[in-house]
Design a protein around this ligand. Structure first.
Ligand code: CMC
Length: 393
């Protein structure tokens, strides 16, 4: 009843108050709980940032130790979950497995359905942050037909993930500190971004009082699409297409501007940033510095730089304020540290998980929280009668 103002894509609809992340899209500013993201570059530690986002401040030494212990203690999956992986074809997209397996955690951990106090919530959050990494690694190992590698309780969060991805029985993966720091930084830069599509999904599902695991499984599905987290794969596909000579950089930019094609310049544009995405700024710079240090020469980096230069000098992109976003350079960095392309969006999901958990909890703590339920304008048929099957032409 009454007047309904439509707002496609909720571009101008505020759905909640939040104290987690601040973005100023015009000035290219992003802060987690007040801290500018650039400051996490010094000694990138994803676990610390996860705590910060979820609990509102940096952890004390004791809190950090206790949380790390919880992560270590909950890294294993219930052994019977391994059978679930066997049921998927080897070619299954790891994002599908990730979402299904996070949802499956609900079956194994009913003790976390009702999170009544902070300690109980913390245990659930640690369990999920730890297990998503094991699920992601197992999904990868399944896709390449290699044996699952159990988490090693002596390894910190990121090296343990790399160990589960890349170690072989009796041949342990040795983690280069440069790779460890780069992956920590990538995860941190993805850790929260206020009311983006996947976080809003987690909040929406959570608003029905669905449990934390079910809500985050829905977040993974929302993230999967190429306009959101899936863009990091789409960017690499675009760069590879150019590298193979199928299209030149100029052709690609021309087609991305042409409204008769469905093409877009992937990794460009953002709903909130009308300036350079600060995450893209960091990732572009780090890629430039890290690749030579790792001895990696990637022609895709040069192609990305040329694409950026041409697009940023083109009136179409200037008028629409379209700049590189987080996905433009992240894939080049992920390739350089050995992450396979089909795992890029999974890495985004692991990074974004603390943000989803923080928002889910913030919402659950909000007085007077209501179930999310947008309205619509009905544009269908006027009343009509049901026709029995025989009388239909
Ligand atoms: N290439 C070409 N044109 C574009 C692009 C692009 N990448 N992005 C936006 N436009 C044009 C769009 O066609 C429209 O033009 P016009 O006004 O002539 O109709 C105008 O710019 C505004 O675009 P919009 O689609 O209304 O913007 P939005 O806020 O709804 O969408 C976006 C934001 C990120 C989905 C979009 O910019 C896009 O599709 N980018 C490419 C995919 C991508 O890189 N996604 C990752 C986003 S950042 C990380 C994340 O959230 O996961």
């Amino acid at each position: 009843t009454g007047y309904i103002a439509l707002d496609p894509g909720y571009a101008n609809t505020g759905s909640c108050e939040s104290a987690i992340t601040f973005i100023d899209g015009d000035r290219g500013i992003l802060r987690y709980r007040g801290i500018p993201i650039e400051q996490f570059e010094q000694a990138p530690n994803f676990v610390e940032v996860a705590w910060l986002l979820i609990f509102g401040r940096l952890p004390s030494a004791e809190e950090y130790r206790a949380f790390s212990e919880q992560l270590t203690a909950s890294a294993n999956l219930d052994e019977s979950m391994k059978h679930h992986f066997e049921g998927f074809p080897r070619s299954a997209p790891p994002m599908a497995i990730l979402s299904a397996m996070i949802n499956a955690l609900s079956c194994f951990h009913p003790e976390y359905f009702e999170l009544d106090d902070r300690a109980h919530f913390q245990a659930a959050a640690a369990g999920l942050i730890s297990k998503i990494r094991t699920i992601a690694a197992y999904a990868y190992r399944h896709s390449v037909g290699q044996p699952y590698i159990y988490p090693n309780p002596r390894l910190p969060y990121v090296p343990n993930f790399l160990h589960m991805l890349f170690s072989q029985p009796y041949a342990e993966y040795v983690c280069d500190p440069l790779v460890r720091d780069a992956l920590n930084l990538i995860l941190i830069l993805h850790a929260d971004h206020e009311q983006n599509c996947s976080t809003s999904t987690v909040r929406m599902v959570g608003s029905s009082q669905a449990n934390l695991f079910a809500s985050c499984a829905a977040g993974v599905c929302a993230l999967w699409g190429p306009l959101h987290g899936g863009a990091n794969v789409a960017v690499i596909e675009m760069l590879e297409q150019i590298h193979r000579g199928q299209l030149s950089v100029e052709d690609y930019v021309r087609l991305a501007k042409d409204k008769n094609t469905k093409m877009r310049l992937m990794g460009f544009g953002h709903r909130i940033y009308k300036n350079l995405d600060p995450r893209a700024k960091i990732l572009g710079r780090v890629a430039e510095q890290l690749l030579p240090k790792l001895g990696v020469k990637d022609p895709l980096l040069d192609i990305a730089r040329r694409l950026e230069e041409i697009a940023r000098n083109d009136p179409y992109f200037i008028e629409r304020k379209l700049y590189p976003n987080v996905d433009f350079y992240s894939g080049i960095l992920l390739r350089a540290i050995g992450i396979p392309t089909n795992m890029f969006t999974v890495i985004f999901a692991i990074g974004r998980l603390p943000g989803w958990i923080a928002h889910w909890w913030e919402q659950a703590q909000t007085e007077g929280m209501r179930i999310a339920r947008p309205r619509q304008l009905y544009i269908g048929l006027t009343p009509s009668d049901y026709a029995p099957h025989e009388s239909r032409v």
